[in-house]
Design a protein. Structure first.
Length: 234
């Protein structure tokens, strides 16, 4: 049986990183019998989409879609729905900022049949103290609200079985910023078999980090409010 894989990567204003990201993850897609690299450009205002369009000539497994700007979570959700609609067996998601290592994918792929989802655990983050604080606060909030211990609910390095993702995708709001957090929560709350594997997470080498304490605070307040609503639904 041929197993198909799609690698979903959202991108926004990553003109300095995108070529290296495409090269690294296209190589991974090419190692699978039926692999595809899907990059969703979230209406970048720099040359990201232009570069991606040109790269399609060099990388035949690359698919590029430009969508109306809706944020990181909405772009990921768009990619997941695309993957399900096109019948892929496995869906892998990572980000376009070149902070994750494609070489670590093989450890996830080797375990694909044993688990519903395999999620990265950024045990040694090197992208700033603010991100470390956010991860730890989110872990605490999820425990207080839902009584579950999620090591790294929002890690952008996750391999999921499509038939499992399909069971929960309709519960994710279209414009929600933390798509992966809700999926991690749903998987664990419904006792899916989830494995957390440690991954390296490098500092951003190029481009701008759009997160700052003010934005993190606003997202945090909204997240707590959303969790109150979401708790009743699950």
């Amino acid at each position: 049986m041929v197993e198909s894989l799609i690698i979903v990567i959202p991108a926004y204003n990553e003109e300095l990183n995108i070529k290296k990201v495409v090269k690294g993850w296209h190589n991974i897609a090419s190692q699978v019998s039926s692999g595809k690299l899907l990059i969703i450009d979230d209406s970048s205002t720099d040359n990201t989409f232009k570069i991606l369009s040109e790269l399609k000539q060099e990388f035949p497994l690359l698919e590029v879609i430009k969508k109306e700007n809706g944020g990181h979570g909405a772009a990921i959700l768009y990619g997941y729905k695309y993957a399900l609609e096109h019948g892929y067996d496995y869906i892998f998601q990572t980000d376009s900022d070149n902070q994750t290592n494609p070489d670590e994918f093989k450890y996830f792929w080797e375990l694909r049949e044993k688990y519903s989802a395999i999620i990265g655990h950024r045990t040694n983050r090197k992208d700033g103290i603010s991100r470390v604080i956010v991860t730890n606060v989110l872990k605490l909030v999820l425990f207080l609200f839902f009584g579950i211990n999620v090591p790294d609910a929002n890690a952008p390095f996750r391999l999921m079985k499509a038939n499992v993702l399909k069971r929960y995708i309709s519960k994710i709001p279209e414009d929600y910023n933390l798509t992966n957090v809700l999926l991690s929560l749903l998987f664990m709350k419904n006792k899916e078999t989830v494995k957390f594997l440690p991954i390296t997470f490098q500092p951003r080498s190029n481009g701008k980090n759009f997160m700052n304490f003010n934005r993190i605070f606003k997202i945090g307040i909204k997240t707590v409010r959303d969790f109150y609503v979401f708790k009743n639904k699950i």
